[in-house]
Ligand binder design. Structure first.
Ligand SMILES: [Zn+2]
Length: 307
């Protein structure tokens, strides 16, 4: 699961140390926090994680009391790791920690929903997405990659100047992210957090890993950095699917208030005519939202800040 030698040992440490080590600012001077002061929640393991820790303790005790049964203990621990891995491969799962996949009830009553764009900023695509959103009069959340943001600082400022929110999509955006140990996770997420905060003057509140893939080590790190995991209700797979019609149908299937939809302003697939699939789909999607009388809002406006 991780490059750290003993991930479960690391989690036990995180559990006791997270409140003391909490450092949302990364030890650096921060620009104004647009309203609420940045709080920090102690990590609270989910029932599945508590069960995992108990399971490991039980396997250890069994081995100590009856050493000849070690193959059973080993099998029990291996089975548990398989289950945790499966949970981490399921982006909408909440087994490993809280995971925002729909807006809260109060937002649903207001017929709000959220458009989220991953993998930007992109100098070709992002300005066109901003123009389409401006024309519709709606605002969205942009999950930006730290190293891309450093290349296009003016574009980052433009996103915020047009009323949108920037959120954290990691610094390196590598497929290896879900295999990182706690320290590398923290380093990657904090680097993006510092970059995005410095460039926009807004501190991201939400984090989304590449493809929603993660390990059990992510949740304690997010608690330390005062970030909330946010995945999605539906995605159109517009980064791999070249048929805009299919992407559109996936996004609007069961369209309802509270939906969090995922599109890409970076790394979008291309149609057979070389157009960005996301840019073809977005005008259709905006029309469908208007037809359904839904109101897209940034996640940070629809989700109350945690105490
Ligand atoms: Zn991504």
């Amino acid at each position: 699961m991780s490059s750290s030698p003993d991930p479960l040992q690391t989690m036990r440490f995180e559990r006791t140390a997270s409140a003391a080590a909490c450092d949302p600012a990364g030890g650096r001077a921060q620009p104004p926090q647009d309203g609420a002061a940045a709080g920090c929640a102690a990590w609270r393991p989910t029932p599945a994680i508590k069960a995992t820790l108990a399971w490991h303790a039980g396997a250890g005790a069994l081995t100590a009391l009856a050493p000849s049964l070690w193959p059973w203990s080993l099998a029990a621990v291996a089975a548990n790791h398989l289950l945790l891995t499966a949970a981490g491969l399921w982006p909408r799962s909440s087994l490993l920690g809280p995971n925002l996949v729909r807006l809260p009830a109060a937002a649903i009553v207001r017929r709000q929903m959220a458009l989220t764009f991953d993998d930007g900023p992109d100098p070709e695509s992002t300005p066109r997405v901003l123009d389409l959103l401006d024309a519709a009069g709606w605002r969205a959340s942009f999950f930006c990659i730290g190293r891309h943001a450093r290349r296009y600082p003016a574009l980052m400022r433009e996103i915020v100047a047009r009323g949108h929110r920037v959120e954290n999509h990691g610094d390196t955006h590598t497929m290896a992210f879900a295999t990182y140990g706690s320290r590398r996770l923290r380093t990657d997420i904090r680097a993006a957090q510092d970059t995005l905060t410095d460039l926009t003057g807004q501190r991201p509140r939400f984090f989304r890993p590449l493809g929603g893939l993660r390990s059990p080590l992510l949740d304690p790190v997010l608690a330390q950095l005062d970030l909330q995991l946010a995945c999605w209700t539906r995605r159109g797979f517009d980064s791999v699917e070249r048929d805009p019609q299919r992407v559109y149908r996936r996004l609007v299937r069961g369209l309802a208030p509270g939906d969090i939809l995922l599109l890409h302003d970076g790394y979008a697939a291309r149609t057979s005519r070389g157009e960005s699939v996301a840019l073809v789909v977005l005008p259709w999607l905006l029309a469908a939202l208007r037809e359904a009388q839904l109101q897209p809002v940034p996640l940070a406006e629809a989700v109350p800040k945690k105490e």
